[in-house]
Ligand binder design. Structure first.
Ligand code: SF4
Length: 348
């Protein structure tokens, strides 16, 4: 155990029940090793309301910390070891622009329900809450899209067009019933020339990290590893997902590796997602299942939370000098509605 690891462990011991460290599966191994709770975005959102600790240290990117702060109990402090870790995709949907587009889409009286991937800012979640919409994660996107389609005349899915299209495909919603919006900084470009009457309207954003993975890599992996199984996260391009054996959320990918290690020892699993998770699964199942990455996909923001930064946060908490995350009070009500709608629809 190195000095930093030992110091984090000592502070955890000292803070005891006053502290809960939560971390996303995509964090690096040294950080994950200290977490009391790990999960994907949905699991972490579900767990926050049940945490009683005075301090929640959230190891993840900024939007995840904001969601934790929204769902935390009054008086609970949420701390981010690296507040500068942002999700590039979450910045693709400025709240003001989303409001403008929703105003344009609903100007004729059409009821368009926004459905926002959890990878969005607090401001965007507030706009979604105001318009009667909800948040979703990759684990419940199908359930939530089905719900949203039942609510009104159409759905605006944002910001990830790939997740939107992959989810629509699972629901059997044909491409000609979808439309990727053409936007500029002021709103819709020539709205009259766009097929806005389609039931699924998609914001033109995506995760640049997952989008690096290309369809040809699935074929290359099969050629290099005959008989392998190829799976990917639904933030990847639909053209890649079509060439995979299966696709699903982070939790699905973790379970798939465990299943193969158990049921088909010696087999090879190729995973298309952020590489930190793939590396951890490769180490976990070494000797039973060969887990390999489909290709390079490293999120610089996820890697910003380090064990040293976690130590600095715990030290500040122990000294009473930590500055918890603050969220803009006016946005909390509507943003929380968009999150709690998801938890309600998904039976939580
Ligand atoms: S991998 Fe993509 S979705 Fe995840 S935090 Fe990085 S940019 Fe955001």
């Amino acid at each position: 155990m190195n000095d930093i690891t030992a110091a984090v462990a000592a502070l955890k011991e000292q803070l005891g029940d006053r502290l809960c460290i939560m971390g996303h599966h995509y964090q690096n191994d040294a950080v994950v090793a200290h977490c009391d709770v790990t999960g994907d975005s949905l699991e972490l959102a579900r767990r926050v309301p049940g945490v009683d600790a005075e301090h929640i240290v959230f190891c993840g990117v900024f939007f995840m910390g904001e969601s934790a702060a929204l769902l935390a109990k009054p008086g609970q402090a949420v701390h981010l070891p690296e507040p500068g870790a942002d999700c590039m995709m979450s910045l693709m949907t400025p709240a003001g622009l989303a409001r403008r587009v929703l105003e344009q889409l609903t100007a004729t009286g059409r009821r368009v329900v926004p459905l926002a991937y959890v990878n969005t800012t607090l401001g965007l979640k507030a706009v979604v809450g105001e318009y009667g919409g909800a948040v979703c994660t990759s684990a419940n996107a199908e359930t939530m899209l089905r719900w949203a389609l039942d609510q009104g005349d159409g759905v605006l899915f944002l910001p990830d067009k790939h997740l939107g299209r992959n989810t629509a495909q699972k629901l059997g919603l044909a491409p000609d019933r979808q439309h990727i919006l053409r936007l500029n900084g002021h709103g819709l470009i020539n709205p009259e020339s766009q097929p806005l009457e389609r039931p699924l309207l998609l914001w033109p954003g995506c995760c640049a990290i997952h989008a690096q993975l290309k369809p040809g890599q699935a074929a290359a992996a099969r050629a290099a590893h005959p008989g392998c199984r190829v799976v990917a996260h639904p933030e990847c391009r639909p053209e890649l997902i079509e060439r995979c054996d299966a696709a699903g959320s982070t939790s699905f990918l973790i379970k798939e590796a465990a299943r193969l290690a158990e049921e088909a020892p010696g087999s090879t699993l190729i995973i298309g997602t952020e590489n930190n998770l793939v590396d951890r699964l490769a180490a976990r199942h070494k000797g039973r299942c060969h887990v390999l990455s489909l290709g390079r996909a490293i999120c610089p923001d996820m890697a910003k939370v380090t064990e040293a930064k976690l130590l600095a946060t715990l030290t500040a908490i122990a000294h009473g000098t930590a500055e918890p995350l603050t969220v803009e009070a006016a946005l909390c009500g509507p943003a929380r509605r968009s999150l709690t709608r998801m938890l309600e629809v998904c039976g939580q």
